[in-house]
Unconditional design. Structure first.
Lengths: 111, 344
């Protein structure tokens, strides 16, 4: 195997794996925070409100890590796998842009 | 349809430069204007809630480029491999600088992270200018649609094998640094008061003559290395509104800032950046990445995706509306001068 290719693969594999840890948690936590906050409002219970605040902090840190690790990933689609991007960009780019595009922005507010 | 996406990308890149420009500029002057720890914290608080949101525009613009013009994304990202990795490293260093600076209590470490934050802000401003310079000047694309640029080849003569850095791209880089420094210091002047606000205003006043001089020089230099940038302007006379806007906003900046109307000056500076970028995009259109050998240039006709563009328009409009709402919300929640202790 061409050694540069192997290094590119390892490089990209590491980037993707590391990035993948964070967005999942962000998406799940968003739902959890909504549920906690709803219960807090319904029952007027400060304990749930406190829990929501705690997880919102976790959410904030996770969100930042998701964005920061997402930038190298996006770059590498072009820098390491440009032929792939050339052929599949129209398709994979759509979902990637949906992921990164401003839809996710409002969640930064949790910080 | 491809033209529409061309202008959408231009709008997103402009939004990125105007928004992240203010915190890059604030980072650049950070060490010079903020003397005490309290003042440094104030500058950081003034950009704290917005800087990472601003950077999302870079990602968003990149992703939009990716699905709208896959061929362009593939060529430019592999061709600009080295500078992109440098930009990536600088973005990471800057984020580390800001975040750790506010966490550590030790003076030596906080000055260390101050220097990292400020230095990487300055270099990023220069590199973004250099990137724009490269796109306007053209790159050595060949028949396969790919190219590779080393960091530098021949600095003074534009040979067919151009490097990332030559006299023209460095000129644009320095212009970007000066323009963003002025932009950032006006932002700090809007957000802070007392000595700190005064010093920030002073930096903006000092920048003005340089900014004016470099703007004129860069326009002449661009015409010198690429005379065809005038084609679109001569065909569509309405384009001449753009340089008028550049001049007008510079005049407003000169007039408003010493009078203490820093808000107006900041708006003028945003307008200046917008006009400069739109002017460049107007000159390039419909080419997206000019080649040194003109026949290999990438334009919206040979790089655009096909049906994906229509699909993208549906959800993009929705997400853009949401994002806009978010930004209006954050900047309104955060209006007024900042004091230390407000936190974020």
């Amino acid at each position: 195997m061409d050694s540069a290719l192997l290094i590119h693969r390892l490089h990209f594999g590491f980037t993707v794996t590391f990035h993948y840890l964070f967005p999942q948690l962000t998406m799940g936590l968003a739902l959890l925070i909504v549920v906690l906050k709803t219960i807090a409002m319904r029952r007027n219970d400060p304990v749930y409100s406190q829990a929501a605040r705690f997880w919102a902090k976790m959410f904030g840190i996770n969100f930042v890590m998701g964005v920061v690790t997402g930038i190298p990933m996006e770059f590498q689609f072009g820098t390491n796998w440009s032929h792939f991007s050339r052929f599949a960009g129209g398709v994979i780019g759509q979902t990637l842009a949906m992921d990164h595009d401003p839809i996710r922005l409002p969640s930064a507010e949790a910080k | 349809m491809a033209s529409l996406w061309y202008w959408i990308v231009v709008v997103m890149v402009t939004a990125y430069v105007v928004l992240d420009g203010l915190d890059l500029g604030a980072g650049g002057i950070y060490l010079a204007i903020a003397k005490t720890d309290e003042e440094r914290r104030r500058v950081l608080v003034s950009i704290g809630p917005v800087w990472d949101g601003n950077e999302v525009w870079l990602l968003a613009a990149g992703c939009t480029l990716y699905f709208a013009f896959p061929q362009l994304y593939a060529s430019s990202f592999s061709g600009f491999y080295l500078p992109l990795k440098i930009v990536l490293l600088l973005l990471i260093l800057r984020a580390i600088g800001i975040e750790l600076r506010t966490r550590v209590k030790n003076t030596i470490w906080s000055s260390f992270f101050d220097a990292i934050f400020s230095g990487s802000s300055i270099l990023l401003a220069v590199f973004f200018g250099v990137a724009l310079g490269n796109v306007v000047r053209g790159v050595p694309l060949d028949a396969t649609g790919y190219f590779f640029e080393p960091l530098w080849t021949d600095f003074f003569n534009l040979s067919p094998h151009t490097g990332i850095l030559d006299w023209y791209t460095v000129l644009i880089g320095v212009l970007a640094l000066v323009a963003l420094t002025a932009h950032g210091s006006l932002y700090v002047a809007v957000k802070t008061d007392e000595d700190l606000g005064r010093r920030a205003r002073g930096v903006a006043i000092l920048c003005w003559p340089l900014q004016f001089f470099l703007t004129c020089t860069s326009l002449v230099a661009t015409y010198f290395i690429r005379p065809e940038v005038m084609d679109n302007y001569t065909n569509h006379k309405i384009g001449f509104l753009v340089p008028l806007l550049v001049l007008g906003s510079l005049v407003v900046m000169l007039w408003a800032n010493p009078k203490g109307k820093e808000k107006l000056a900041f708006v003028a500076s945003s307008l200046y950046i917008t006009a400069m970028l739109v002017g460049a995009a107007f000159a390039l259109y419909p080419v997206v990445l000019p080649a040194r050998d003109r026949q290999y240039s990438l334009s919206i006709h040979n790089t655009a995706a096909t049906h994906g563009l229509t699909v993208g328009l549906a959800w993009w409009t929705l997400s853009a509306a949401l994002a806009l709402q978010y930004f209006v919300f954050v900047y309104r929640m955060f209006r007024g001068k900042v004091q230390v202790g407000e936190g974020h």
